[in-house]
Design a protein around this ligand. Structure first.
Ligand code: SER
Length: 441
């Protein structure tokens, strides 16, 4: 199945079980100051879980555009280095708002995976929250999973929370072993080895985390599931990398044409750029713009990372915007907004790339000088700050380049330099105000 067919098959499976299809919400959350970006399918349903609004339907199915680059869920470090974490990804989900609970969620997830999609049961593993005997027993009772493949895990892996506050609850995850030899599996690898991919998370929403850190019971119990489309596409298309699926490959091929370099020769820059163009395209389509603070600065950081990886492929002219048509084409059935807004997206990207290109090469030279003169393994805060202030290098870009050389950056020193500069600017502003006052008196 291609990715569009997988998406449709998920949605239809749950429609047949009386779920109503609900469109993805924007990646730029409306009315939720706790989030910079939509980081999970459940974000748009938070007011339902908190009993602030009543749902029109008690069962829903959707595919949500998610971005995980800040806050509690941040996958940026993994992107490109591994083959299955992304800044932007699609989360397929089925939802019960105070209707069905653990039994149906578990039974249907297993039915879809093993009977409809025919995933190999000998590669599937399930985790449950250590105290959740009900979920554990249900897996054994309502599915034909081998009991040895059901593992109890702690809060870190099996208690899902969207952020510091909000609806949350114990969860049960389905993992898939992607290794070549199915005899080489071991329960200990789940959650620890990159040979085991989490494909689907079934969250049993029953609590609310309050701002003082305490948990309260919600008035009703709900089901929130999230299945990563990119990983499922990889597994169903018999790939061991999300980048080899039809969700990424056309972008990578376009980049091969632009660079005349083969993806396999140097995969990481290709993967990072293919990932970042999706995050940038969707955020700009949904109304975000690069800027110097908050959400806008996240966009700027992602674009600058992509531009710098472009240098590794000898791209010196703006190029990210040239990949938008390919993205629009991949997404056109489910998310026509990329094609509809493509000229706006391209204009924003090109202008931003042109602006960073003015300082990027000089910044890279300056970085080389810093590394040449470095005694020890740590780039000092002032040097990192100069890269930021003079050449526009976000701290995480400098940290990434440092990491590639086995170095690190003094982050505290960077913050001190940043604060000193803010104080200087504040004082200058004050003098300016005093001068203005003198002129008026
Ligand atoms: N909220 C859960 C997650 O984001 C399941 O949808 O993983």
């Amino acid at each position: 199945m291609n990715s569009a067919e997988i998406r449709a098959s998920f949605i239809n499976f749950f429609k047949e079980k009386e779920h109503t299809f609900i469109r993805s919400s924007s990646v730029v959350p409306i009315d939720d100051p706790t989030l910079l970006f939509t980081n999970a399918g459940m974000n748009q349903f938070k007011p339902i879980f908190l009993d602030k609004i009543k749902p029109n339907n008690l069962r829903a199915v959707n595919t949500q555009k998610c971005i995980r680059v800040s806050g509690k869920h941040n996958d940026l470090e993994e992107v490109g280095v591994d083959k299955f974490h992304h800044t932007f990804f699609e989360m397929l989900g089925n939802w019960s708002f105070g209707d069905y609970y653990k039994e149906e969620a578990i039974r249907w997830a297993w039915e879809l995976f093993t009977e409809i999609w025919k995933l190999d049961k000998k590669r599937l593993w399930v985790t449950v929250f250590k105290d959740d005997d009900v979920a554990y027993d249900l897996w054994i009772k309502v599915t034909d999973i081998d009991p040895a493949r059901v593992i109890r895990c702690g809060k870190k892996d099996n208690f899902w929370e969207m952020g510091e506050t909000g609806p949350c609850g114990p969860c049960s995850e389905i993992h898939y072993f992607i290794g070549e030899d199915i005899n080489q599996q071991d329960a200990k690898g789940v959650n620890h080895s990159d040979q085991y991919w989490e494909l689907w998370n079934l969250v049993f929403i029953q609590n609310n985390r309050k701002s003082d850190g305490s948990l309260e019971d919600l008035p009703s119990k709900h089901v929130d599931t999230g299945a990563g489309l990119e990983r499922i596409a990889a597994v169903m298309q018999a790939k061991t990398s999300n980048y080899d699926t039809d969700l990424f490959l056309p972008i990578i091929e376009e980049l091969e044409k632009l660079t005349k370099i083969e993806y396999n020769r140097t995969p990481i820059p290709f993967r990072v750029i293919a990932d970042h163009v999706r995050m940038l395209g969707f955020s700009i389509a949904d109304g975000a713009l690069p800027s110097n603070e908050g959400r806008g600065y996240v966009l700027r950081r992602i674009l600058r990372r992509a531009a710098r990886f472009g240098r590794e492929l000898n791209l010196h002219e703006p190029f990210i915007y040239k990949l938008i048509d390919s993205l629009g084409n991949i997404m056109k059935e489910s998310f026509p907004e990329i094609n509809e807004k493509s000229s706006h997206i391209k204009n924003v990207l090109e202008a931003e790339e042109i602006s960073f290109n003015r300082t990027l090469d000089r910044g890279l030279n300056h970085f080389e000088k810093i590394v040449d003169q470095l005694a020890g393994k740590t780039i000092n805060g002032l040097d990192a700050f100069k890269l930021y202030d003079t050449y526009g290098f976000p701290l995480d870009l400098t940290q990434l380049m440092a990491k590639e050389r086995g170095l690190e950056v003094d982050e505290d020193g960077f913050k001190i330099s940043m604060n000193e500069q803010k104080n200087r600017a504040r004082k200058k502003d004050q003098f300016q105000k005093d001068d203005d006052l003198l002129e008026w008196t």
